[in-house]
Ligand binder design. Sequence first.
Ligand code: SRM
Ligand code: SF4
Length: 587
Amino acid sequence: MTAVPPTDPQVRLPRSEAVKVASDYLREPLATEAVQPTSHFSEPAVQILKFHGSYQQDDRDKRQELRQQGLEREFSMMLRTRQPGGQVPALLYRTLAALADRYGNGTLRVTTRQTFQMHGVLKGHLPTVIQEIVRQMGTTLATCGDINRNVMAPPAPFRNRPAYRHAQEYARRLSDLLLPRTRSYYELWIDDQEVEIPVLPELQRLPKIHLDDPVEPLYGNQYLPRKFKCAITVPDDNSVDIYSQDIGLIVVTDAKGNLQGFNILVGGGMGRTHNKEETFPLLAQPLGFAPAAAIETVIQAILAVQRDHGNRQDRRQARMKYLVHTWGIRKFRQVVQDYAGQKLKPWHKIPPFPAGLNYLGWQPQGDGKLFLGLSIANGRIRDTATCQLKTALRLINEQFALPIQLCPTQDLIFTDIDPAWRSKITNILQTHGVPLPDDLSPLTQLAMACPALPTCGLAITESERVFPDVLREVETLWGELGLHDTPLIVRMTGCPNGCARPYLAELGLVGSLPGQYQVWVGASPNGDRLAQVLWEKMPLDGLTQALKPIFTFYKQERYSGERFGDFCQRVGLPRLQQQALASTAAL
Ligand code: SRM
Ligand code: SF4
């Protein structure tokens, strides 16, 4: 892998890098095009728009018809918010829901990184929508693009467990620390020179970490080679899929809950490309431990190492996981220590994480109040004929103004609930047909799918739209075998990019060709082992028939309490494939 420092004059910049440099810190050509009365942006502007939190999309269902009529695509913008640790104040939720109704497609979507996405905003409405979000203390800044994305943390609002509080606090601190410093976002959308960008003490000059760049001392004018993702968790909760992150921090406390520091993991990532063997998902590896006082420096050092040594020539090889993989963790650690000007301490031993947690249903917060976790199918908040989820959430928001925690499983938690409100809230949900978690099988509670068609420009197959049917069929089969109460993590994506983290599912379906899916099995239910491909091309109408012998084998041969993912890993792919073949031959 070639390591290209951002300012190396000898190397001709690929287009994706040149666009960033030419943008004058994320301004042009976006600023010019944003005020033009057009339906969409040019390609370079689209790349810069991402750093402002928006993707240009078009309705792929209508592409062909419009092309036949000689018309242009039906363009609209998707906006993504930044919610460190998934925290959403009640007023911001109200604003986002109203904006989605007025300017979007009427839905909000809870993402797998604990943010909201709003789809279907017309180009001309972008300034109004972004202004309103910022006015209500929200932001879309740097939620997309080659920069640090939303920082995740476990959503459970356990007020009596200090480790959870530390994780949430540091999610916010790291989010602020790694924001871009350019004023372009505010110039373009807010027209307000008064907005203050926090200058953190940690951003004072640190040798090696900071560039000689007056605007972006950490990122420079070329930003990162690729997207960058961080999460913070606590030792007994891997709801954030910590091993899938570029940087994963695990809170370490003393016996009284005082923060000592963080175990640091680096180099995780899911994305891959079909038939490109040099791309693959990777789990993050232990880097070491840093005391709390040093963590900001170490995090910036890691990011700066990726900034300077990540691959800027080939975007498919540009994620930090490939740098860690190519160098090996020892060299990576050495270089990080060199940048940080300090040695990392040894990793604090922690037990393995427990299996896939969710925080659904009514639970005590530990401070006399309750929280309520609601399962949201694919994170999509909308009303249907049978379930008026959007209306129910609006009513709860209006009547009780409850803060929200978004979950990495695309679910949502209402927090700080006075126990006296419980029956009224339950009543609102029931009268609007919103299923309470107890009504849902463990399989439905844990499942997730990415948006794919019709909005995602990269989708090869359907995902969100077909997932309810797929899940129902898998669930029926699972139930027929008497496995109703056994949890199973099922995730689906419309392409190999891995947005719903399917390579960490016990059963992962990954769009491979139109109408066909790879089937991945064998990930550990606690998220510390990747799945493997069982079948390369499976049409959906053959899925349950193909799975039946595998599920039956599991039912018959599993050890007591053994989960499907662990079983598949133990028996191995060849035996699973044999079972499937034997069953086909017997037909
Ligand atoms: Fe993702 C690109 C949706 C989490 C890996 N992802 C996209 C885009 C923006 C398509 C595009 O580039 O044009 C999708 C927009 C679809 C739409 O219509 O809304 C998209 N990704 C999503 C969301 C909404 C999926 C969801 O069901 O919630 C998630 C938004 C997270 C957020 O709030 O920031 C989302 N994406 C992820 C994750 C999971 C995670 O971060 O924990 C991954 C795998 C982890 C990782 O990054 O390795 C992920 N998305 C990708 C990739 C592949 C990156 C790679 O390293 O190869 C792409 C494509 C790319 O970057 O080139 C991508
Ligand atoms: Fe789109 Fe692929 Fe991500 Fe699904 S996994 S949202 S199809 S990029």
